[in-house]
Design a protein around this ligand. Structure first.
Ligand code: ADP
Ligand code: MG
Length: 685
């Protein structure tokens, strides 16, 4: 476990020096300055004393046991230093030094050498090319890191592959008057991995929220599994950089790992229960709130303002981000009317007016707390010079102490009211500068509430004839399986499809064929059949079918063919699976034709799906209203679509040999009339 790393009793620093511009110096200084509770052992062969501490010529001379050795010496010397650490019995080395795998070539070889030495001695390696760790727990107070932001205590822990981004998070938490619990920036992560850090933070009682910066992922299934467990109790927030192609190139040259598509990240995070943010700023604003306030039990926000306009900004931003404006109960409104000044507005957002006193704030907060229609409270306030603002602040903190609903506050003020802001912040109530930021942070909190519910959902039940489908697949070569086989596999999973019959010779007598019929070429070499003239629709009778067959078999002399019942027209959708290497099966859903091809209007979700996942996949696409119907369009059979999604998800789980599958199109009929798959492409891997 990582206890010795995050709760060390003694830290040695190799490369410690009296040069104030060296990393070794800064690490010793930080350990001292922020009150490390254990022993600090500077190691330097030439200096008897560093920053007032006795220095040792070698780690082997250190008298006591050492949990961590921070290493900040030239890269080529690191393996030898690790060897000495091993002989000393050091548990973890934090290698700050850069010039390893991130450089490629010699650097990568050096990293291998370092790892081999460490493994030989049972020393764990944190980094290399990393900033280090910090733990703000007062019992430990360890700052084994060369960065510059003072240690501020908070309840959010930070994991940053990049030290620069971890620092960005820390710095801005501090600016907001908050801090961190554990800070871990692990650079190349050659040994101690992100997943191990997650395990540790998941069990750390002082960590309420985890904020991550991810550049590349190793062991994605492990990441998902851990996060799903952790996120039931603690919110996990992340930004993943390298979203644009330009940035992806920079990332790959930086860490040697290639970034995958952005939507894949979305699907992974969604499955993991990790909240994804696209800017560090928004993640920090949300993490600040989530680490300090309770999770709202629903999306209904009550807004209190002592100036009208900012309250209206808050409404817009809340609603745009998925929150609802709570409808106050009649009782709440009556009591507000009785208790506030006549000019006050007692609907949501409550405008208590600029003259509102601390008592008015207390009353309003108390009523909103009691009102079951309100799940969360957002206050946007100015600091009127003619009001006891510190009194207002105290009324907020007192109310907050009595409730389980979250409160977020936007205070519009200047430095003259720093005391007012401090009163609110010191009670663990997040204060923001902008109503938009506060609103989005609140929306993120509600989103986390949804995630917790989602993580409790069970995979949907669907049974398929795994043995039968598996046997069909086993009999096929790698690559695209035949149309005939693909439709048999669908049948094994009870997925409704157009009746499909294989024909390899002239279809003289085919009792199974009903008209109108469709003739299609069936060859693993022809992926887009209609593009190559391999689909003939509207065959009304046996003669038409025979003619079409003669024509097609002339054009595709090597191929097989299928005859299919022609299904009535309906809405065409696409359902697919792609098994992503190292990740697992990802499902896709969208409307067919131009919607998928030109608008890329599709949704993704990793299998296995819950019933609710299937519902969300269908509803997530922008074109969903077309399925929902209205304005003369009949509502589609959405339940039947969800059933196909669930059964396909089951297939993906049961049959790992399926690398890709495309049901394109599935024809959807009006409510109650089902769906029919008319084209199935399955790729065996
Ligand atoms: P491909 O996608 O390989 O070009 P499809 O089998 O999907 O070939 O056929 C092309 C189009 O023809 C489909 O998108 C659908 O509109 C229509 N089609 C194909 N088979 C049927 C069928 N059995 N019933 C009704 N329409 C069909
Ligand atoms: Mg098709």
């Amino acid at each position: 476990m990582l206890d010795s790393l995050f709760r060390p009793r003694a830290v040695a620093v190799m490369g410690a020096s009296n040069n104030p511009l060296s990393i070794g110096h800064i690490v010793v200084k930080n350990l001292k300055t922020y009150g490390f509770r254990g022993e600090i052992y500077p190691i330097n062969p030439n200096q008897p004393e560093i920053l007032g501490l006795k220095a040792y010529k070698s780690i082997l001379e250190v008298p006591g046991a050492v949990d961590i050795c921070c290493i900040a010496v030239k890269n080529v010397l690191v393996p030898q230093m690790v060897d000495e650490c091993g002989r000393k019995g050091v548990k973890f080395v934090i290698v700050h030094t850069a010039g390893f795998r991130e450089m490629g070539g010699d650097g990568a070889r050096l990293e291998d050498a370092l790892l081999e030495t460490a493994r030989k001695h049972g020393v764990r390696v944190y980094g290399p090319n990393c900033q280090g760790i910090m733990n703000s727990d007062p019992d430990v107070s360890v700052y084994a890191n060369f960065t510059f932001t003072p240690l501020n205590r908070g309840k959010a822990s930070i994991i940053g592959q990049s030290g620069g981004v971890a620092e960005l998070i820390n710095l801005n938490l501090r600016k907001m008057g908050s801090g961190f619990r554990i800070y871990a920036s692990h650079g190349n992560a050659s040994d101690v991995s992100t997943n191990e850090l997650l395990d540790y933070l998941g069990h750390d009682p002082g960590t309420h929220t985890i904020m991550m910066h991810i550049e590349s992922m190793k062991d994605t299934p492990g990441f998902i599994e851990r996060c799903r467990k952790i996120a039931r109790n603690k919110s996990v927030l992340a930004i993943r950089t390298g979203r644009t192609q330009a940035a992806a190139t920079a990332v790959s040259s930086h860490t040697g790992s290639l970034i995958q598509q952005d939507s894949l990240t979305d699907a992974i995070f969604e499955r993991a229960g990790v909240m994804r943010f696209h800017t560090a700023e928004e993640m920090i604003a949300a993490g600040y709130a989530l680490s300090n306030q309770p999770v709202p039990s629903g999306p209904n926000v009550g807004i209190i303002a002592n100036a009208g306009g900012p309250g209206i900004i808050a409404i817009d931003e809340c609603v745009l981000n998925g929150l609802n404006l709570a409808q106050f109960s009649e009782e709440t409104k009556k009591k507000l009317r009785d208790g506030l000044i006549p000019e006050a507005y007692v609907e949501n957002p409550v405008d208590v007016a600029a003259t509102a006193t601390p008592e008015h704030f207390s009353l309003t907060l108390d009523l909103l707390n009691r009102d079951p229609n309100v799940d969360a409270i957002l206050i946007t306030m100015v600091t009127p010079p003619f009001v006891d603002c510190e009194g207002l602040a105290r009324s907020i903190t007192e109310a907050s102490g009595k409730m389980t609903k979250p409160i977020l506050v936007c205070v519009q003020t200047n430095e003259n009211w720093a005391g007012t802001v401090a009163i609110i912040r010191n009670a663990g109530i997040p204060v923001y500068d902008y109503p938009e930021t506060a609103s989005r942070a609140l929306a993120a909190m509600a989103r986390y509430g949804e995630i917790r519910k989602r993580l409790a959902e069970a995979p949907a039940q669907a049974k398929g004839d795994k043995a039968r489908a598996g046997a069909i697949l086993a009999g096929a070569k790698a690559g695209f399986v035949s149309q005939a086989a693909a439709f048999d596999m669908l049948a094994a999973y009870g997925i409704p499809a157009a009746k499909t019959v294989s024909v390899s010779r002239e279809p003289a007598a085919l009792p199974e064929v009903t008209f109108p019929a469709v003739l299609k070429v069936d060859s693993e070499k022809i992926v887009h059949k209609s593009d190559e003239g391999g689909v003939v629709l509207n065959l009304e009778d046996g003669d038409a079918l025979r003619n079409a067959f003669t024509d097609m078999s002339g054009r595709f002399p090597e191929a097989d063919f299928v005859v299919q019942e022609q299904c009535p027209a309906g809405t065409e959708i696409i359902i697919g699976i792609k098994r992503e290497e190292g990740v697992g099966p990802v499902m896709m859903f969208g409307l067919g034709g131009i919607y998928v091809e030109m608008l890329k209007d599709v949704s993704f979700c990793m299998a296995p799906l819950s019933e609710a996942d299937a519902g969300r996949m269908v509803r997530k696409i922008r074109s969903f209203p077309l399925l929902q119907g209205g304005r003369g369009i009949a509502p589609s059979d959405i339940a039947a679509i969800e059933q196909v999604l669930i059964r396909v998800s089951r297939m993906a789980q049961d049959l790992p040999e399926i690398g890709e599958m495309d049901l394109n199109p599935v024809i959807v009929y009006p409510e109650g009339r089902g769906v029919k798959v008319v084209d199935a492409r399955i790729k065996k891997q």
